[in-house]
Every structure is written in structure tokens, then in C-alpha cells.
Design a protein around this ligand. Structure first.
Ligand code: HEC
Length: 93
């Protein structure tokens, strides 16, 4: 029973997280981890702040030592994707 419950929970997180799924490997499923021990914890950031960071990684105007890693993550994202991601992450509790 517990296994089934966990399975359903996992599946719903998976589908709900959608495009964030690829980010979760580094940032954590609730965005609460320091990615690779290097990034800031982005959980609790506002939509504007996240959007600014992601667009900045894409345009190479934002970031620290590991910004190349993030450039690789966001270069294929459209501005609509970035907006959706920012909205989603800002809602993580
Ligand atoms: C391979 C691991 C990895 C993946 C996958 C990854 N990130 Fe990052 N992320 C990092 C690292 C490392 C940094 C810090 C980069 C730097 O030095 O500026 C970072 C920084 C960030 C920041 C800014 C935080 C700060 O430190 O200023 C945001 C926002 C962010 N990532 C969002 C995302 C989103 C959204 C995705 C998915 C599209 C994603 N990341 C995928 C590793 C990753």
C-alpha cells in the first residue's frame, strides 16, 4: 500500500514538475538544494528574480564561476519556458 502511494506521489510530482524535472537533479525537487554545492538556494526567490537570473545565464550577463553550466541548461529554453519555470519555482514551498 505504501509503495503504491509513493508511486502515485512520485508520478504526480514528475508530471507536475514538467520542465523543472531536468533542473531538479542539481537544484533538488523543491529547489531547496545548492546545485553542485555552488549555486544559491533558489527556493523562495520571486518570479522576477528567477527570470532575471535565467535570462541572464542565457544572454551571458548573469552568473558566477559556474555560469557555463547554467548557460548549457537554459540556452535551449524560450522566454515562455523561462517564465513558466520562474513561476513554478517561485511557488515551491
Ligand atoms: C548540472 C547541474 C545544474 C542543472 C541541471 C541546473 N542548474 Fe541551475 N545552477 C547550477 C549551478 C552550479 C549554479 C550556479 C552557477 C553560477 O556560478 O552562477 C546554478 C544557478 C542557478 C540559478 C541562479 C542561482 C544563483 O546562484 O545565482 C537559477 C535561478 C537556476 N540555476 C535555475 C535552474 C533551472 C531553472 C534549471 C533547469 C532548466 C537549472 N538551474 C538546471 C547547476 C545546475
Amino acid at each position: 500500500m505504501a509503495k503504491i502511494f509513493l508511486g502515485i506521489l512520485f508520478l504526480s510530482i514528475y508530471s507536475w514538475a514538467g520542465i523543472f524535472y531536468s533542473c531538479a537533479g542539481c537544484h533538488g525537487f523543491d529547489a531547496g538544494k545548492k546545485a553542485l554545492g555552488k549555486s544559491k538556494v533558489i527556493k523562495g526567490w520571486s518570479v522576477e528574480k528567477i527570470e532575471h537570473a535565467l535570462n541572464g545565464y542565457k544572454n551571458r550577463t548573469y552568473g558566477s564561476y559556474s555560469k557555463k553550466i547554467m548557460y548549457g541548461q537554459v540556452k535551449r529554453l524560450s522566454s515562455k519556458d523561462i517564465k513558466e519555470l520562474a513561476l513554478m519555482i517561485s511557488n515551491f514551498k
